[in-house]
Design a protein around this ligand. Sequence first.
Ligand code: SAM
Length: 320
Amino acid sequence: MTDVSDAPTVRSAGDSWGITESVGATALGVAAARAAETAQPDPLIRDEFAFLLVSAAGPAWAQMACSEPHWLGDDAETRRIHEMSRNYQAVRTHYFDEYFTDIAHAGIRQVVILAAGLDSRAFRLDWPAGTTVFEIDQPNVLEYKTATLQAHGAVAKARYVPVPADLRDDWPATLIQAGFDPAQPTAWLAEGLLPYLPADAQDRLFELVGEHSAPGSRIAVEAFNMTPERHTEERRAQRRARGERMRKQLDLDIDLDSLIYTADDRADAAQWLAEHGWQVEAAPSAQEMARLGRPAAEADLAEFGMDGVLLRARLDGEHR
Ligand code: SAM
């Protein structure tokens, strides 16, 4: 069970949100980073839908998605952190884009993006014919996204099936109702999700993924280092103070620390999957950033909660 002392104050069991509220706003934040990266002279990834999806939420969000963060003023330290964060988001997007290229080559034609937010891969990647991309997220988040894309005539490059559901509930039933076939190998993705789930909900999520994964299935996960020393009151207060400039300049009240669950009994995702029959390959995010020419100091990544691993795993036999 989740220890209530680990529960962030603004979160509660069964809470829900729209795109600009609570955890919904984090989907705007990461998509804003993808939009800003796409607009760089030599971008690592291209997400042509990101700016549209972010700017439709309002002018303050549109500013956040711009290539040049004028709203940060001339504070060199804040600009350095902003750039590191954009680099991190670009690298993680690149890692998971590559994962989808690999699973497509491996012949997998069923994809489930857990907590899809404003992920536009169903619309921007070249999927082989016969691929279905299911996306699970809160109903209001998916509604905002599909309505925005539709209003701009975006056309999915796979069979696209949004599945409104809460990932703390019985989401597999809703997924199966939407046409998901547990007998087919599936490629799952959990990007930018785990910290927003209580530790026990994370375990349950992986159990349900395993129970609905035919042999040959794959999963890719972004797993942050959630050790308690990363999230002491002092460190949270420091991060809140640094976020103050954004709140003042853009009038957006986002405090990431108030949204994440930092229970120290959270399972290590790579270890959990390895113990349940998955063959895991994990890359520390600092290593992946260096490999892709966007290096960042480990201490900085740790300070701003971006240290962890990007992992891919495959299930060759039955899951345990
Ligand atoms: N995966 C997307 C990406 O990387 O662009 C979105 C990541 S965003 C940081 C977190 C997303 O998780 C939000 O879209 C939020 O609505 C979704 N989410 C968090 N908890 C959820 C839950 N219990 N049920 C459904 N969606 C959830």
